[in-house]
Ligand binder design. Structure first.
Ligand code: HEM
Length: 235
């Protein structure tokens, strides 16, 4: 209501200003991707290590493994198209969503990477200024993870091409012989699952770490889109 908005706008803000960083398509992509990666890792793990459950009924009366595989394939399609939408948004989105944040092309980006390494990893220096979008190192790591998304989609569709007549997976059938056959593709597809698991662990840790150290709303920004900026150096 108008009264509440007025109170919020006039409340003392301790020198911080709100900046709309993550647009709705970026937030939607982020949460769809998080859900897909979780479902794909759980179902993928089960496909790789099926549970040895014994039932009193006949095997043909069970379909749980079929359901696990079905879930994996459907989520694989959602994961792939969601990824394509994010690539598109990298060309039309705001300055924080642009593809230029992910590929270091300027000397200043490399300098920032060294600074982030010194502050976050080596902890030999205290932060001076904070980037609002991705810092240069995070951007580069997201770029490498986009390559992993691509690899996982290519190998996933290559595996799926042998069990589907649909044009999309069939387009990737050529990958299997190039990679040395079905077994090799499956093994690489499996190995990359561990990249996703590691990525999620480190990613969630760093979000909470930055939120705690910087106090600029890192965690909630992926829900509402807003972060808080200040011209003052961080204490
Ligand atoms: C985050 C992304 C993904 C992860 C972590 C993941 C993980 C896995 C794992 C661990 C396996 C079992 C491999 C084994 O040990 O035998 C598997 C199988 C498979 N995945 Fe994925 N996957 C992902 C994305 C995709 C995508 C995008 C597709 C495309 C449709 C796909 C299609 C398949 C297929 C067809 C199989 C073989 C299933 C079978 O033979 O029963 N995956 N996946």
């Amino acid at each position: 209501m108008a009264t509440k908005a007025f109170v919020a706008a006039s409340a003392p803000n301790a020198g911080f200003r709100r900046v709309y960083v993550w647009e709705f398509p970026v937030r939607l992509y982020h949460w769809v991707n998080a859900l897909c990666v979780t479902v794909l890792c759980v179902t993928g793990y089960l496909i790789g290590h099926p549970l040895a459950i014994s039932y009193s009924s006949e095997a043909y009366q069970q379909y749980w493994f079929g359901t696990v595989r079905f879930l994996h394939f459907v989520t694989g399609f959602v994961f792939f198209f969601n990824f394509l939408v994010r690539i598109y948004w990298g060309f039309v989105g705001n300055e924080y969503a642009k593809w230029t944040n992910f590929i270091p092309r300027q000397r200043s980006q490399w300098r920032e990477m060294i600074e982030v390494l010194k502050v976050d990893i080596l902890q030999v220096r205290v932060h001076r200024f904070i980037t609002l979008g991705h810092n240069a190192l995070a951007g580069l790591i997201y770029f490498l993870s986009f390559l992993a998304f691509l690899f996982q989609s290519l190998t996933g569709f290559a595996l799926y091409s042998s069990m589907s007549h649909a044009w999309l997976p069939r387009m990737f059938a050529w990958i299997t012989p190039i990679m040395g056959g079905d077994f090799a593709v499956r093994q690489w597809h499996h190995v990359f699952m561990w990249f996703f698991i590691l990525f999620v662990l480190v990613h969630v840790y760093l979000v909470f770490y930055h939120d705690y150290i910087e106090g600029r709303g890192t965690t909630s920004s992926m829900v509402g889109g807003w972060k808080f900026d200040s011209d003052k150096p961080n204490e």
